[in-house]
Design a protein around this ligand. Structure first.
Ligand code: FES
Ligand SMILES: [Fe+2]
Length: 451
């Protein structure tokens, strides 16, 4: 995707030359860029918080992050989902130390200030008790003024909870925009529910390398070759060859969301009687046996076998995993994932789906370890002052794209082996860090121009 004129100034200001596919090394490990991103991207965009099924009842809560900020997500007494900054108003301590549970109050372990889910006096997160109110404060502390700080807006899309610190942000539905097409495709394939528990891990990598990998289909045959070789021995799956262009397409939508979608089942029909699956697995493919699901999806969505999606800025969706890459330092990210499974399948299918999930991704996943090593080394390499003036190359397929706009999906680029997704991500990154108020500039893409 070449740079569009209306975004050229933002790109130039950030040191990008996307018309030529060039991204400077300086935007990765630099602490000042990290600060800018925290302010202009992670304080403004909608960020994924979890799934409503994780907190179905009053008092249910989970803890997570919004970039550098610890967050409590809870269901209040009225059934609403709330998100509160997990930092006591007295000295800033974390008032909740667990990954999740059920509670009517959050009591700070430092001096005991207690906060309600939805206090009588104030809204959710209100301060309801201070030990020593009379002897220490002479009853002069106004509890209404010292509640936990709420996240400005919290909304759900089909059970997926997002929050934003920016009261001026557009609605979640507007923000997700046409990429809802892909989210709907995933959710329409079964009765998807979250698995219990939390998976999180840290690595010394800049979050953008993980995000831009969401558009990267050229690394698979190299980075993951050893895994494919192992799988081939176990279940007969073919080993992808370098230069093989898998059938598929790429979709880029407003605010920087990108997705690529591989179609068809190739020549390999997975043997579902074998427990060890990779390219396709029992749980993920179960919906293919349901005529009503196929009818609902329609031919294009039915043909999609595999997909990688990045909801700007940092929500990566692969299979039924929703992985958030939280930047917690210039060269460090904390990843957390929410795994969904199809509750309408038999139990042994659910078990297989979970096994396949954890085998591939997360801290126990071989794909994750292979990708993670790349993200870490790329981050290290972009910290070398000796080569800081040598840009990174994102020019694959830059001047080649055929676009189909047939109403079956948002306009789609007819290949998935290109770097349009990454360029789209960085174009929108440049627009976001420019610091303009909403609506953030969403640079015209060729895919939008064809309408
Ligand atoms: S820091 Fe929370 S009560 Fe003092
Ligand atoms: Fe990978």
């Amino acid at each position: 995707m070449t740079g569009a004129p209306n975004n050229a100034a933002d790109e130039a200001a950030a040191g990008l030359d996307l018309r030529r596919g060039l991204v400077p090394r300086s935007i990765f490990a630099d602490p000042s860029v990290y600060d800018l991103e925290q302010q202009q991207i992670f304080r403004r965009c909608w960020l994924f918080l979890g799934h409503e099924g994780q907190i179905p009842n009053t008092g249910d809560y989970l803890t997570t992050r919004m970039a550098d900020t610890n967050i409590i997500v809870c269901r209040d007494v009225d059934g609403h989902v709330r998100a509160l900054v997990n930092s006591c108003r007295h000295r800033g301590n974390a008032v909740c130390r667990t990954d999740g549970g059920n509670s009517r109050t959050f009591t700070c372990p430092y001096h005991g200030w207690a906060y309600d889910l939805q206090g009588k006096r104030v809204e959710s997160g209100g301060l309801i008790n201070v030990p020593g109110m009379k002897p220490y404060y002479n009853d002069k502390l106004d509890l209404n003024e010292w509640g936990l700080v709420p996240v400005a807006k919290v909304e759900s899309y089909r059970g997926l909870i997002f929050g934003t610190f920016d009261p001026e942000a557009p609605t979640l539905e507007e923000f997700l925009g046409e990429m809802r097409w892909a989210i709907d495709m995933i959710l329409d394939r079964g009765d998807l529910r979250p698995t219990p528990g939390v998976v999180r891990w840290r690595s010394d990598a800049n979050w953008k390398f993980a995000a831009d990998n969401g558009g990267d289909n050229a690394h698979v045959q190299i980075t993951h070759r050893s895994a494919f070789l192992a799988f081939s021995k176990l279940n007969g799956a073919p080993v992808p060859k370098v230069g093989t262009a898998n059938p598929g397409f790429t979709i880029l939508t407003k605010y920087g969301h990108m997705g690529n979608f591989q179609t068809g089942l190739g020549n390999h029909k997975p043997d579902l009687s074998k427990g060890f699956q990779f390219a396709s697995n029992t749980g993920m493919e179960y919906w293919r046996n349901r005529p009503e699901t196929i009818a609902k999806l329609g031919p294009l969505k039915t043909s999609v076998m595999r997909y990688n999606i990045n909801i700007f800025p940092n929500l990566f969706i692969i299979d039924r995993l929703f992985i958030v890459r939280h930047p917690v330092a210039p060269s460090e990210m904390e990843q957390r994932f929410t795994a969904l499974y199809d509750a309408s399948t038999p139990e042994h299918v659910q078990a297989e789906e979970l096994r396949t999930t954890y085998r591939r991704l997360g801290p126990t996943g071989f794909l994750e370890q292979e990708d993670g090593e790349n993200f870490i080394e790329s981050t290290r390499g972009t910290s070398y002052s000796t080569v800081m003036d040598r840009d990174l190359n994102y020019a694959m397929g830059i001047d080649e794209q055929e676009i189909v706009d047939d109403g079956q999906s948002p306009p789609r680029i007819t290949t998935m082996l290109n770097e349009h997704g990454q360029l789209w991500f960085y174009r929108n990154w440049a627009a976001a860090v420019s610091g303009r108020p909403w609506p953030l500039p969403h640079p015209e893409a060729k895919v939008e121009a064809v309408r």
